[in-house]
Design a protein around this ligand. Structure first.
Ligand SMILES: [Ca+2]
Ligand SMILES: [Ca+2]
Length: 411
């Protein structure tokens, strides 16, 4: 096994390997004969040009070891640029340009997913361009701004919808309004969703400003905003209607929506699950399934359910500040020892780290959303859809990644 050069490298050549191993490092001498004309550019005009010269290179053991280490580090770097045996292009290493569309304020996995996005941005792996919200409550946008501000990105545009869907405050978004000594516990300057722009406007502005085929969207709530985007008409922001704008600018949509396996409860037989993000706006989900013009990844209910967030992380990993909006939201929603499924986190992780083997993807096919909200996936050669899958072997490593990224402190 290779190790970095140690203090023995400071010793003179020929000294015994301090480890006492039988491997004796000796001086290696290599004689290289090179046509002197090769070095003619170094030659003084008076030097003869037709002779050959012998170069003797004495390579000391310490140098040899350094060269070995450098060689293997170089190989490791080279192999690190391979994914699935294929070279990773510079474009693959560029930060993913991300739009996060969320019903933040209902379940708490949206909050952990947003924290994870910030951690990945800090690592240079993505750039969060805007957040659009499908929960129609005026405290959802200030809560989102508070999370973004905590991670040092309080100017990220936030768009809201006025759909009437899930208008209640829920269990944790009022945390953004808490004040300690007349100061917001969680600073933010967007104090009400009434002051935020319409989500479709924010989406159209973000897409219009983007390079072609550059945008990835993670939709982890209802399909309301994206369905409205598809229906949007050309306007002062863009000459393109919604479908054309998406077709030109969006590379991939990743959705936490639907269920593609029967779900087993603690008691009772397995059942066909009507998933929350779909049934809250079935018509919008149907529009996405039938009209969205780019490839779509679907993370079904069964994926996040298979990856419960370890509650010990909530108790331990967020204590680097006195108050943490992520852990307080989790506790307000469903406190430890509850291990909340990681539904929304899975859709984010897959699109920012698509080649790391956290999940498997089905072959291509088509998702259908029935009028009652049930979803089915049928494999076919030319469909735009793929569904996420996860194996027993992947679960521990993927959970670890979700946990570490969710709880990573701001830079
Ligand atoms: Ca702000
Ligand atoms: Ca959600």
């Amino acid at each position: 096994m290779l190790s970095a050069p140690d203090s023995s490298d400071q010793r003179g050549a020929g000294e015994r390997n301090p480890s006492g191993s039988s491997l004796r490092l000796r001086s290696y001498r290599t004689t290289i004969t090179i046509k002197q004309s090769f070095f003619s550019f170094l030659r003084k005009p008076t030097q003869p040009s037709t002779t050959t010269m012998n170069l003797t290179l004495a390579i000391k053991p310490s140098l040899l070891r350094r060269l070995s280490v450098a060689f293997f580090l170089g190989m490791a770097f080279f192999l690190g640029t391979l994914e699935n045996g294929l070279p990773v292009s510079g474009a693959d290493l560029a930060p993913v340009k991300l739009i996060f569309d969320t019903d933040i304020g209902n379940d708490v996995d949206d909050v952990l997913a947003l924290g994870m996005i910030h951690a990945l941005q800090t690592r240079g792996e993505c750039e969060l361009l805007c957040v659009t919200i499908t929960k129609d409550n005026d405290q959802a946008a200030p809560f989102t701004d508070a999370v973004n501000t905590f991670y040092g990105r309080g100017n990220i545009p936030i768009g809201v919808c006025r759909s009437g869907v899930t208008p209640d405050a829920g269990r944790f978004i009022p945390l953004a309004s808490i004040k300690d000594d007349d100061q917001y516990r969680y600073p933010h300057d967007l104090v009400s969703g009434k002051d935020a722009s319409d989500a479709v406007t924010v989406l159209r502005q973000t897409l219009a400003a983007a390079s072609d085929n550059s945008i990835v969207i993670a939709q982890v709530g209802f399909s309301t905003n994206l369905a409205n985007l598809l229906r949007s008409e050309p306007d002062s922001i863009s000459d393109l209607g919604g479908i054309e704008l998406v077709k030109q600018k969006v590379k991939l949509l990743s959705m936490m929506a639907g269920a593609f396996q029967q779900i087993t409860r603690a008691s009772g037989p397995p059942y066909d699950h009507k998933e929350y993000n779909v049934i809250k706006d079935i018509a919008a989900a149907q529009r996405i399934a039938t009209q969205w013009p780019t490839p779509v990844l679907w993370s079904g209910f069964e994926i996040g359910l298979a990856l419960p967030y370890p509650h010990q992380s909530i108790e331990r990993d967020f204590r680097y500040v006195d108050h943490h909006l992520l852990s307080e939201a989790y506790i307000a929603y469903n406190p430890p020892p509850h291990d909340r499924p990681t539904w929304d986190l899975t859709s984010v992780l897959q699109v920012i780290r698509p080649t790391r083997g956290y999940f498997d993807l089905s072959l291509k096919g088509t998702v259908t959303v029935a009028d009652d909200g049930l979803t089915t996936f049928v494999q076919n050669g030319n469909g735009k859809h793929q569904i996420l899958k996860i194996s027993e072997e992947q679960k521990a490593r993927t959970t670890e990644a979700l946990m570490l990224l969710s709880s990573q402190p701001p830079k």
